[in-house]
Design a protein around this ligand. Structure first.
Ligand SMILES: NC(=O)c1ccc[n+]([C@@H]2O[C@H](COP(=O)([O-])OP(=O)(O)OC[C@H]3O[C@@H](n4cnc5c(N)ncnc54)[C@H](OP(=O)(O)O)[C@@H]3O)[C@@H](O)[C@H]2O)c1
Length: 246
């Protein structure tokens, strides 16, 4: 018996990194997983690799794309049991460098995208469903260049608290997960050629002197998705190697 046998799950940003690792794990635990992301080829490849998965291309910051995702979920006729709102972007810019366009882009995906992903899921969510939002250690730590990303992730953490209060009456649990540094493409897009150097620097400050593998975050998300966390509401689960804890 898998922990998610017969369940229907949605993972946004399911074609790479933490989302892909989590979608794989959900499927291995018995769920059928709908994955979404903008890059269609990578999305189709991910769905094929996962096996029990449906690829629905789309951008979480575009309402019509999110509608299309849930139309596909509705067609399956079993509602939705697990929603992992994971899609996100980072952009490094100090206050003097930050532009309005960059600020809008980060908030459009990380904040508005999370809002659309969860609000538009409401008609599909089964009683007792689990919703997991992706925050970050950056929500509660101040690093130069990380202000807009950190602010967007603090907003996501706030969503988890209020939505847990609003949906808890139906037994729908809303929680956040806050990864520390994880070796994914996010670092390449944010830091370019300096990504490896930045990961090494951050790793050196952690007790185990390493960053996380995406699977280690997937394990934490699977705990929140499963009945193992049945009394966990509105929490923020850090899987950060001790980064914000020590
Ligand atoms: N890696 C870390 O150290 C770390 C730490 C803390 C939190 N996080 C958070 O974890 C989440 C996953 O990040 P990751 O590290 O796995 O990064 P990643 O490897 O870059 O993956 C990001 C995923 O999000 C998707 N995505 C981005 N913008 C999207 C949009 N507008 N619409 C739909 N999908 C979109 C990407 O697919 P497409 O590009 O095809 O759209 C991709 O699947 C993010 O929310 C990130 O902020 C990461």
């Amino acid at each position: 018996m898998g922990q998610l046998d017969g369940k229907i799950a949605v993972v946004t940003g399911g074609n790479a990194g933490i989302g892909l690792a989590t979608a794989r794990r959900f499927a291995a635990e018995g769920a059928h997983v709908f994955i979404t992301g903008r890059r269609e080829v990578e999305l189709e490849e991910a769905a094929a690799a996962i096996g029990n998965a449906t690829a629905v291309p789309g951008d979480v910051s575009v309402a019509a794309d999110v509608d299309r995702l849930y139309e596909r979920v509705r067609e399956r006729g079993q509602g939705l049991d697990v929603l992992f709102a994971n899609a996100g972007i980072n952009h490094i810019a100090t206050l003097d460098e930050l532009t309005e366009d960059v600020h809008d882009a980060v908030f459009d995906v990380n904040v508005k995208g999370t809002f659309l992903t969860v609000q538009k899921a409401l008609p599909e969510l089964n009683d007792g469903a689990s919703v997991i939002l992706t925050s970050s250690t950056a929500a509660e730590s101040g690093s130069a260049g990380m202000s807009v990303y950190g602010a967007s992730k603090a907003a996501v953490r706030a969503y988890a608290r209020a939505w847990a209060a609003e949906l808890g009456g139906r037994g729908i649990r809303v929680n956040a997960v806050s990864p520390g540094p994880v070796d994914t493409l996010l670092w390449d897009t944010a830091f370019g050629e300096r990504a490896g150097e930045m990961l090494d620097t951050v790793a050196a400050g952690l007790p185990r002197k390493r960053v996380a593998d995406p699977d280690e975050i997937a394990a934490a998300v699977t705990f929140l998705a499963s009945p193992q966390s049945s009394f966990v509401y509105g929490a923020n689960l850090y899987a950060d190697g001790g980064m914000n804890q020590i």
